[in-house]
Design a protein around this ligand. Structure first.
Ligand SMILES: Cc1cc2nc3c(=O)[nH]c(=O)nc-3n(C[C@H](O)[C@H](O)[C@H](O)COP(=O)(O)OP(=O)(O)OC[C@H]3O[C@@H](n4cnc5c(N)ncnc54)[C@H](O)[C@@H]3O)c2cc1C
Ligand code: SF4
Ligand code: SF4
Ligand code: SF4
Length: 464
């Protein structure tokens, strides 16, 4: 019996004998799907919340699912040295990269269809058209359930374009790599950091898979949402799920909105203001999975190319790039070559970005995604609880906490008060959709713009 998922020499690993089920109650599972790919007898399935479980009696107790699991450990320090030949800097939000660009797709329609500048979609189309890959791991709409996105391997331009735009809910997209078992197909992979970690560990365990993974495109990730978020969003708008064909997460002009697409062809916005400050940031406080609090990799530091939005604001407090552009970090030589080839072919319009601008673009999340993640990991370890092992001394990362950091951490904790309480968070969501809630969100967005404008003015004066 030949399994795509055995270790390179065809044996199973005898060193770790345990089942994957113990991972889940420990809140370590990122729901990436890698365990499903590696499992020799294919007995791992996913429940309604995308947590893996063993379906049948068929487990042969090989331990591979635990070995591949990036939720338990992912040695960023070692992999960084191996990939980039340099010492890992745990506090650097952008990770290591060779070149940075701000860009957008030039193929008609692709920029508008994308979440930011449509660069990821354009890249995948080009790779497939040039025959560099046979398909790409993407997350697209689900014909069976409009609220729940579906991962699949896209092999045509139409299939790639259908998957454009981010879907901000948990998706174990890595699991679809199992569909390539027994083939020699080469593929490109798109995913947030924890999904990229799953892929990298799969590649370490299986050389065949490694050789066929042509390009890994990481997406920056502040956090995802539990699936209930979309169901609740539809509910508070008084919409019946059975009337819907699809829910888009970044529909309409940049930066987009959560939108309901009805079977009748009608489209309706699911909230008043733009997707980020008007919905996603607020919903994160209620629907962020526990595991995301422990994740210190915002910018998918171990991909070939990272793509993110460019959220920098100008002096008027408004977005500097309101038409939708993707911030692109070329991390590896291959990543750089692919982007350069697309630029030369006129498929991408690019302008170079200075490293300090990248730092600026990511700076607002450094406390939350570096300091607080390491703080939470070290606290769990002190309490004798299991925490993910990123190959970094987490306690050493939080020795220099200022009072403002501590205050930030306190308010951060408080803002998640309603998470994991389904009824309470539904009530909160209803409140935010009431006239008072809408007024509060409006004030928050305005105050953010005013603060941004004030900061920009102070900086400009200091620079003058
Ligand atoms: C959960 C999540 C959180 C994010 N958080 C941030 C953030 O905080 N800051 C930021 O700047 N950017 C964030 N991004 C990335 C951002 O939303 C855009 O994906 C990125 O800017 C690329 O835009 P684009 O127009 O080039 O991509 P597009 O051309 O729109 O292509 C997007 C690609 O992403 C894939 N995809 C969509 N949803 C998922 C998913 N859940 N898992 C895996 N692949 C998926 C699609 O298959 C598609 O190929 C996040 C993305 C996700 C999925
Ligand atoms: S221990 Fe092995 S056989 Fe059992 S679920 Fe994990 S990978 Fe599959
Ligand atoms: S491999 Fe991924 S999906 Fe499986 S248990 Fe680990 S984190 Fe969860
Ligand atoms: S915050 Fe980290 S763990 Fe959570 S979805 Fe994003 S990459 Fe995965």
């Amino acid at each position: 019996m030949e399994y795509f998922t055995y270790l390179d020499d065809g044996r199973v690993d005898e060193t770790q004998r345990t089942s994957p089920l113990w991972v889940i109650p420990k809140d370590l599972c990122t729901r990436c799907g890698a365990c499903h790919v590696i499992c020799p007898p294919n007995v791992i399935r996913f429940d309604d919340h995308d947590f893996p479980h063993i379906e049948s009696e068929g487990c042969i107790d090989c331990g591979l699912c635990v070995k591949v699991c990036p939720g338990i450990d992912f040695d960023m320090k070692a992999l960084h040295e191996q990939m980039y030949g340099a010492e890992y800097q745990p506090q650097k939000m952008s990770g290591t990269f060779r070149k940075a660009y701000l860009g957008h797709a030039t193929r008609p329609g692709v920029r508008q269809e994308g979440a930011a500048g449509g660069v990821v979609t354009q890249l995948l189309i080009a790779l497939v058209k040039q025959g560099l890959v046979d398909g790409a791991v993407v997350v697209g709409p689900n014909p069976d359930d409009p609220a729940l996105p579906r991962p699949y391997i896209a092999r045509t331009e139409a299939e790639i374009r259908a998957a454009a735009q981010s879907k901000y809910t948990t998706v174990p997209n890595t699991k679809v790599l199992r569909d390539l078992k027994g083939t020699n197909e080469r593929f490109a992979f798109v995913g947030v950091a924890c999904q990229v970690h799953g892929l990298r560990k799969l590649e370490q365990l299986n050389k065949r898979l490694h050789d066929r993974a042509f390009l890994t495109i990481g997406l920056a990730c502040r956090g995802t949402l539990e699936k209930e978020a979309i169901q609740d969003l539809v509910d508070v708008n008084g919409i019946q799920m059975q009337d819907l064909k699809q829910v888009s997460h970044r529909g309409g002009p940049f930066p987009g909105k959560f939108q309901a697409h009805f079977k009748t062809g009608a489209v309706r916005d699911l909230h008043h203001f733009e997707y980020k400050d008007g919905a996603y940031n607020m919903m994160l406080r209620m629907y962020l999975p526990d595991r995301c609090h422990l994740c210190p990799d915002y910018s998918a530091e171990f991909s070939d190319i990272t793509c993110s939005d460019m959220w920098l604001r100008g002096r008027d407090g408004k977005y500097l790039h309101p038409k939708g552009s993707t911030l692109i970090l070329c991390r590896t030589e291959k990543g750089e070559q692919v982007i350069e080839a697309l630029r030369q072919a006129g498929e991408l319009a690019l302008e170079p970005v200075e490293p300090r601008t990248v730092d600026k673009a990511y700076a607002h999340l450094r406390r939350e995604r570096k300091m607080i993640s390491y703080l939470r990991i070290s606290q769990r370890l002190r309490q004798g609880r299991r925490a993910p092992d990123y190959g970094v001394d987490a306690a050493a990362q939080v020795t220099h906490m200022s009072w403002s950091d501590r205050l930030y951490e306190f308010t951060y904790r408080m803002s998640f008060l309603f998470a994991n309480r389904p009824r309470a968070r539904r009530m909160m969501l209803r409140f935010f959709f009431s006239p008072v809630g809408v007024a509060l969100i409006f004030l928050k967005i305005k105050s953010k713009q005013w603060r941004g404008a004030l900061k920009a003015r102070v900086k400009a004066r200091q620079g003058a």
